[in-house]
Design a protein around this ligand. Sequence first.
Ligand code: 6GU
Length: 241
Amino acid sequence: MTFRIDVLTIFPEYLAPLGQSLLGKAAQRGLVTVGVHDLRQWTDDVHRTVDDAPYGGGPGMVMRPEPWGRALEAVRPPGIRLVVPTPAGRPFTQAVAAQWATEPGLVFACGRYEGIDQRVADWAAGAGPVSEVSIGDYVLAGGESAVLVMVEAVTRLIPGVVGNADSVEFDSHADGLLEGPSYTRPAAWRDLEVPPVLLSGDHAAIARWRRAQSLRRTADRRPDLLAALPDGALDAADRAA
Ligand code: 6GU
């Protein structure tokens, strides 16, 4: 059961990092397979045109639907989710990554310019789930770098891709809180000491300290995450921290 990722783009070389490091090893071990496809393969004119001016006027160019229709018919298996990166999308979160990691694979459609003709996503919804998603509240020139981000977030949740399952379970965001600080040897460095509880050997005390640090950091850096926790997520000890 290998997780299949296909990416459609007019800049296939931008996706070269998908062959590297964590994902490269997962691919070698047969856990993940990746295909990157040049959208221009599915153009039908000598200039290999993929874009045109927007109906109704306005700045920039819109990607024409015809190459996308042919490309998706060729590359996307029935029922496989189509992901369209766009700053106008729903937020891509750890919960979204976790859901996608349970599916058999994903197809990513990278838009450039002012995006892809909306009829592509609307038509594609007839053949399986379609997710128009944003990786944050800023504007990128195209979806390629967002795809690199999303592929990394999803593939590390696929069983066997990350060596230590605990490093996934205790991640920032896995429980809706930020991870607290980490330390290693030496115990004192340039007059700065590792918090003594971490050297105490008292595993219950260490777990309580880490939980408190996680809550403090979340309150300080991401109060929106604390406010979004479900009722009952915090106990009396948490509130005291
Ligand atoms: Cl997913 N795509 C683009 N083009 N810009 C973005 C984005 C995605 N997320 C935030 N900005």
